[in-house]
Each structure stands twice: as C-alpha cells, then as structure tokens.
Design a protein around this ligand. Structure first.
Ligand SMILES: [Zn+2]
Length: 154
C-alpha cells in the first residue's frame, strides 16, 4: 500500500483538506535552445520550492503559499472535534434519561436544546433569557467555527 501524499509531504489544502491535488510552483532549470527552452536538456534536472512558493489546490481552487499548505501551520480541528464529542456524550445521556434509544441525529439535538431553554427560564432571571441564551450560544459557536476557517485563510 502506498503512503498518502499528506503523509509524505505533510501538506493539505487549508480550505478543503484535500492532499492529493496540490500543485506547487517550483523552480526548474531549463536549457535555452535556438527554438525555445527545454526542461529535459538542462544539466540540473531538479526542481525546488520553498515556504513562500505558490501552491494551488486543484480540488477546490484555493491558492496560498507552501507554508499555508503545511499541516503544521494549520489550526488544530481537534478542538472543535472535542467540543462536538462532549456534546455527543451529553446528548447520549440526555436521550437515555428520557428512556429512549440514542439515534445520533439532529432531532435529538433540537429536543435537548428545547429542554435546555426550559431550564434557562427557570435559572436565568434576566430579560428574555431564551433569546439571550440562543444569541450567546450562536456567538460562541460562530467564533469557534470561524477560527478553523479564518486561521486557514491567507
Ligand atoms: Zn482545496
């Protein structure tokens, strides 16, 4: 079995995460001929690139530098993965507490959110606690979700 391009080059598209269609603008030696130039005639057949070289993901069209495509320089998606996993654990316990079978779907999430809103009006004495809770939750989610995308963009 061959290794993936991601494993070999430690590079992936910061936007779509594809690693098998990355083009890099490399420097090559060419032989100048009377009718043009020839890459195969050059004494040095190497090609080189550096952190600042342009890279393009042909899967989605995103372009940035090689440095940006280096997976070491991309945000760790595991933080939001961990948040989602914590929520899944809570959801599973919530469904079990209702005496139902956990199906891991968004309708169970909606039920949990609705029940949490019932809890909100019982513990929060502020003005319109349902709206402020939903607004705050959305703000947190959008900031955390945007971190993944924003840090990946140039
Ligand atoms: Zn891409």
């Amino acid at each position: 079995m061959t290794e993936s391009a991601k494993a070999i080059w430690r590079m992936a598209c910061p936007k779509c995460r594809a690693s098998d269609q990355i083009d890099v603008a490399a420097t090559v030696w060419i032989r100048l001929c009377c009718d043009g130039s020839d890459v195969t005639q050059a004494a040095n057949g190497d090609h080189e690139w550096e952190q600042g070289s342009l890279a393009v993901c042909q899967a989605c069209g995103y372009s940035a530098t090689v440095w940006d495509f280096d997976i070491e320089n991309q945000p760790d998606p595991s933080e939001n993965d961990a948040r989602a996993e914590r929520a899944r654990n809570a959801l599973e316990k919530y469904v079990a507490a209702k005496g139902e079978v956990f199906e891991n779907n968004s309708s169970e999430i909606a039920d949990l959110i609705a029940d949490l809103l019932h809890l909100t009006i019982r513990i929060d004495q502020g003005h319109d606690p349902v709206e402020s809770t939903l607004r705050l939750a959305r703000l947190h989610f959008e900031a955390e979700h945007a971190d993944e995308i924003e840090e990946a963009a140039p």
